[in-house]
Design a protein around this ligand. Structure first.
Ligand SMILES: [Zn+2]
Length: 147
């Protein structure tokens, strides 16, 4: 499993890159590698939070960097609101399109971060091939990034 030093190194890079601080915590029961949410502290204040499940992430800093920077991208792009209301049936198609756009934005943020800090795209793309979520968009964004 990925060691804590790798997590700290990547979080420091993301902090420098974005000038934003986010809470990150590990949860072995999370059914996916990473997830973004807004949690409340004991005073009821909103705390933008990233939850990761390191047991679902291969021991590879490149992949961890993508998972963390993708979730970071959701927060920096203000994709989350503290009160989520499920869409009604008539809102559903628009809702799905909007979700896809958010995923693409987060992937683009991750791709720029990966490039800036010279992470290796090959193991990341290999990971997506084995865990096909939005696989075409993701590989496209990583491969065609020219900025
Ligand atoms: Zn996402």
């Amino acid at each position: 499993m990925i060691n804590e030093h790798s997590v700290t190194k990547i979080l420091n890079q993301l902090f420098k890159y974005s000038n934003v601080f986010l809470m990150v915590r590990h949860d072995r029961t999370l059914p996916m590698p990473g997830f973004s949410t807004i949690e409340q502290d004991m005073y009821g204040r909103n705390i933008p939070t990233i939850i990761i499940n390191l047991s679902l992430i291969p021991n590879d800093d490149n992949i961890l960097a993508h998972v963390l920077s993708h979730e970071w991208g959701h927060h920096v792009s203000k994709h989350l609101c503290s009160e989520f209301k499920p869409p009604t049936q008539s809102q559903y198609i628009g809702y799905i399109a909007n979700q896809q756009q958010k995923e693409n934005e987060a992937d683009l943020y991750a791709a720029k971060f990966i490039k800036k800090y010279n992470y290796n795209k090959a193991p990341i793309i290999e990971f997506f091939r084995k865990n096909p979520v939005d696989i075409h968009n993701r590989i496209n964004i990583l491969t065609n990034l020219t900025i």
